[in-house]
Design a protein around this ligand. Sequence first.
Ligand code: HEM
Length: 465
Amino acid sequence: MEHNELPTPPVLSGAMPVVGHALEFLRNRPALLQRGQKEVGPVFTVKLGPQNVVVMIGPEYHRVFFMETDKKLNIATPYKFLKVTFGEVLFIAGHDEYLRQKPFITQAFRREKMIHYIEVMGREVQKWLDSLDDEGEFEIVDTMGRLAQTVAGNALMGEEFMARTGREFWDLYGDITAGIDPILPPNLPLPRFIRRDRARHDLLAILQPILEERRANPAGYNDFLQDFVNAEYSDTGEPIEDEVLLNLMLGLMFAGHETTAGQAAWNVILLLQHPDYLKLVQDEIAEKAPFGEPITGKTLHALTHMGYAVTETERLRPSADILLRDVDEEIEIGGYRVPAGWKVQVAGELAHRLPQYFDQPDYYDPLRYAPGREEDKADRFALIGFGGGTHKCTGMNFANNEISVITTLLLQQFDLELVTRKPEVQRGTGANRPTPTVVRYRRKPLPELAGAPAAAAEPVLAPVA
Ligand code: HEM
């Protein structure tokens, strides 16, 4: 059959006039997508109002989705509503600008830097643990949110900046992100859009003298901001403009902290819900990450059961459950024709439960990643919690390391119990997270230490997952 004679993917039943499946999508999108998968198969069309969206579930389709991005599929246009907030930055920038920025962004996440960021994570998590009473309760979702924000702030802008300007920064950041709106025209004279623009302006004004000082002191600080201040575009040799630096800080903060907070909370919750596996992790921590010794890349590498748990959290509770592209040029997917102007979507939350790839997929079983099973290795597009291809998450190691540091130090120093026994997934327009979940804690009797743990002599980073 000629390519252009192929049918378009079947439309899922139940589309209502005008709105199509939009209400069902908003009410319960995993249920809608699961219904599509059951009734139609791995590739089907849903109608969100007049928009045709092709959902494709399974590694063979993920491969097309990720490998055709920046060719027939467009990652930037579905997120164009973010431009007014974050500017021409990361993948929301045009493709040429994305390619100009990518080398120095990738550089900022290199191994040597990560060694330092693991130290930052350890320090910030320890400060939080030290602030807890000997026993009590905390709500883990908001707590992880604050912690991930603090870690991101300190790693991106530096500890000194955060200590001096942190409060003002977070207030302005809050005003900026509160103005994110995927539907309304971004320049309507609404109070929250006006606050967004004013906050961007004020933040740039705060940043400018700091950038001058940083430019005069290229070896003075060890954070993302300093790396970007020292960087230059490879095509022109020009330094990065002030406004792009602001955009990068905001964009990375946005990409990184809520996603990490959601999976960090789930990582702890899932462990507490599975005492047998928790015991393996606790024994491993006692042996390989005893209290008083600094957590380094080497420690995280040695915590293999923790690494499996973190991957199992990505599989079962991905913060980013669906990813979207615009179809710029007609494309063939699974024997169907998807015309230009349509959208395509992958749904990790469903694909991560395909029994062809994951044995008894609805069960929490981190040992599925252990030698001999290695279910994550069967197809490189089977697990897509961090995306795939060129745009695969730049912060994946950062996030997985952070989740491991948080969980390790918490379990090292506290006995925990879930008060909220069955948290659900809470979905929004941003990252998924658990519904509010209370955890009861009791500090373990631990040896007194003289002073803070010293930095390791020779840390070596390896991905935890
Ligand atoms: C558990 C935490 C995280 C999750 C689940 C996550 C998930 C993702 C996903 C799914 C993508 C690909 C989006 C797509 O293909 O449409 C992505 C891209 C990205 N993420 Fe993350 N992310 C996390 C943490 C972070 C952190 C901590 C940072 C930075 C500090 C970060 C920075 C980025 C960047 C810069 C991209 C764009 C990469 C590119 O276009 O080349 N992420 N992330």
